[in-house]
Design a protein around this ligand. Structure first.
Ligand SMILES: CC(C)(COP(=O)(O)OP(=O)(O)OC[C@H]1O[C@@H](n2cnc3c(N)ncnc32)[C@H](O)[C@@H]1OP(=O)(O)O)[C@@H](O)C(=O)NCCC(=O)NCCS
Length: 189
């Protein structure tokens, strides 16, 4: 318990009060509006997230149960769709274009911990911000993971359960762990 208190004191020393206040208000708002069902849910989340995100354009189709963290660094274009269980952490900045569609249980986190050396434990190391960019017309399948620092170029499709570790090409279809290109979408354009 003493350990935990010392850890928390250290964390509080490193983070400005304004950032702590924002993260607490953000967590409360995401929890409150995050579970409203049906069409009222889409409307109420669009309205509240327009205030919370750095920018949210147009209407958003955010299903119940999507977690957003560090939303003041999150820019989202028009017609954004995201399904239940997805976790989006914009600590390093995330920029999305228009018509981005994200399936359920996807993880998009724009920060990492350094792992070199044995001490201190990774748990105690601050996150290193690495921005993520998701361009227009990207579809991310269920359960995929987008690694920090990645750019998904226009029209990319990420298959279910893929782990994307490299920037993608325009209109590429990516599957697997690590994700590899199986084809492009050009034939069906
Ligand atoms: C990536 C995807 C769009 C590819 O569709 P497709 O081009 O029609 O691909 P196919 O079904 O023809 O499969 C091509 C090959 O890739 C494999 N494959 C397809 N999707 C895969 C995936 N997500 N992971 C691993 N392998 C996959 C298939 O088994 C097939 O392999 P084979 O040639 O050895 O038989 C699709 O499979 C996918 O994952 N869609 C996401 C679905 C989803 O998550 N929906 C809910 C969220 S909205």
């Amino acid at each position: 318990m003493k350990d935990a208190a010392a850890f928390l004191r250290g964390k509080l020393r490193d983070v400005p009060v304004s950032a702590i206040a924002f993260s607490q208000a953000e967590a409360l708002l995401v929890a409150l509006v995050g579970w409203v069902p049906g069409v009222p849910g889409f409307v109420v989340r669009t309205l509240f997230y327009k205030m919370l995100f750095k920018r949210l354009s147009g209407m958003a189709w955010i299903q119940p149960g999507v977690t957003f963290v560090e939303t003041n660094r999150l820019v989202v274009g028009k017609n954004f769709g995201v399904n239940t269980g997805t976790y989006i952490n914009a600590i390093g900045g995330i920029t999305m274009g228009d018509y981005v569609l994200i399936g359920s249980n996807v993880t998009i986190s724009s920060g990492r911990h350094t792992i070199e050396g044995r001490m201190p434990p990774v748990f105690a190391r601050p996150a290193v911000p690495l921005p993520i960019v998701i361009e227009d017309d990207v579809w991310i399948g269920a359960g995929a993971v987008i690694m920090p620092g990645i750019r998904l170029r226009r029209g990319t499709v990420v298959g279910a359960n893929a782990v994307v570790t490299r920037d993608t090409e325009e209109y590429s279809v990516m599957i697997g762990v690590p994700a590899r290109k199986i084809r492009t979408r050009d034939a069906e354009a």
